[in-house]
Design a binder for this molecule. Structure first.
Ligand code: FAD
Length: 390
């Protein structure tokens, strides 16, 4: 299952490497990857990456060409991700739009909505966020209370969302709102493409444990959705949300899985260089991380194969998500302890230090929560994957 050595793959890798070596200095703003960029510098680099990748035809490797993509396969996408991670390319800024919302639009959107939004999402000219969670509806998403009311052609939205990643930067939000309060709760929900730049939308950023301000609370006070802003049919919102979440939990993690494997590889190198100073238990944990990283790779490949067969990753999305987030957390914790064992600077200044190890550790705490908690993934795997009773 290792990525093959076909001529085509070798050629593709060398083409990607050449492109990256030409554009990365322009994207980084220097000859090498900046060491510890501030949050604002990092976002600016990521936005440059989105724009340059689109300009040069490297965005949306596996997207259809008619929507601005390259028309390649998911395997090409994995190869691209590997090369980007190895070269230190920034993460896609519009990751919610590209990795999640675009799939919902591809699955449920009209041709007009696809033409209007997909190329803009891919180029990063239209930043998107996902308005699903509410203060009283996270794991139990079907209990959302945000309402949408139609006055003929247009809809008006009233309610509150929370933990909305990139809301402070977004041009549009995919909002789940209750449209048919008399229907059973999963059926009375619809999905809307809501413009964020309007008086009825109030965004209040929330500071995260890692110091970033990536997510926010969003208040909709009679926010309007122009005609044509309903995604799918009225009452089809639950289906739209589940479709989006399947991609959020699978292909969206492909590049992160590659990064995690490289991080673990780097930990192995550090540990090898100082093997005598490390306890047997640290070495055993590192071996466990390596094994987990390989298992994760196979799980991601299996979900890619499943998408190839059925168009959807299905239950493997939940398996990849839970496995990725827990391995990521274990690796970040291990890295911190390794620094401590080797007495590297930074470990004692947890919150004030912006060292990569500390930021990774703090960021990793959220991984078992976002895109659905580990407990919820396990419930879904047990009930829908293994057919166990509720
Ligand atoms: C960094 C970050 C980014 C996010 N970005 C977004 C975003 O862009 N858009 C968006 O809509 N949301 C976003 N979220 C929200 C995320 O989807 C929710 O936090 C998550 O679904 C959990 O919901 P909750 O926080 O309400 O916790 P709760 O649902 O209240 O859960 C609390 C605890 O109870 C457990 N629990 C709940 N129900 C069960 C059950 N039936 N069985 C077993 N255990 C259970 C949970 O696993 C958890 O441990 C983000 C969250 C984070 C941390």
């Amino acid at each position: 299952l290792r990525l093959g050595q076909s001529d085509r793959e070798i050629e593709l890798r060398s083409e990607i490497r050449e492109w990256l070596s030409n554009v990365l200095p322009e994207i980084w703003g220097s000859d090498s990857q900046p060491d510890q960029p501030s949050e604002a510098e990092e976002y600016a680099m990521r936005r440059r990456f989105d724009a340059v990748a689109f300009r040069d035809g490297w965005a949306g490797i596996s997207w259809p060409e008619e929507y601005g993509g390259r028309g390649g396969s998911l395997l090409d996408q994995i190869i691209f991700s590997e090369e980007c991670e190895r070269a230190g390319a920034p993460e896609v800024f519009n990751r919610v739009g590209v990795g999640i919302i675009a799939h919902a639009i591809m699955m449920f959107g009209s041709e007009k909505q696809k033409q209007r939004h997909l190329p803009a999402i891919l180029s990063g000219t239209e930043i998107w966020c996902q308005g699903f969670s509410e203060p009283d509806a996270g794991s139990d998403l079907a209990s959302i209370s945000t309402r949408a009311i139609s006055d003929g052609d247009e809809w008006t939205i009233e309610g509150q969302k929370v933990w909305t990643t990139l809301a402070g930067f977004a041009d549009y939000c995919l909002v789940l709102a209750r449209t048919e309060p008399d229907q059973p709760r999963h059926r009375g929900i619809s999905a809307f493409l809501v413009p964020m730049d309007q008086g009825g939308v109030d965004i209040r950023p929330i500071r995260q444990i890692n110091g970033d301000h990536e997510f926010a609370e969003v208040f909709f006070n009679r926010a309007s959705v122009p005609a044509g802003g309903l995604l799918g049919a009225p009452g089809q919102g639950w289906e739209v949300a589940m479709g989006a979440l399947e991609f959020e939990r699978s292909t969206n993690f492909m590049r992160r899985q590659v990064r995690l494997a490289l991080d673990i590889e780097a930990l192995v190198k550090t540990a090898q260089a100082s093997s005598e100073e490390l306890s047997a238990s640290l070495k055993t944990r590192l071996a466990d991380l390596l094994v987990r990283s390989e298992c994760l790779r196979f799980t991601v490949w299996r979900s890619v194969a499943e998408i190839g067969k059925s168009g959807r990753p299905g239950i493997l999305a939940n398996a990849s998500k839970v496995y990725w987030s827990e391995t990521h957390q274990a690796a970040a914790e291990f890295a911190l302890e390794l620094d401590q064992a080797l007495e590297r600077p930074g470990h004692s200044e947890l919150v004030t230090s912006r060292s990569k190890t500390v930021i990774d550790y703090l960021s990793s705490r959220a991984a078992t929560i976002y895109a659905g908690t580990s407990e919820i993934q396990r419930n879904i795997i047990a009930e829908r994957g293994l057919g166990l009773p509720r």
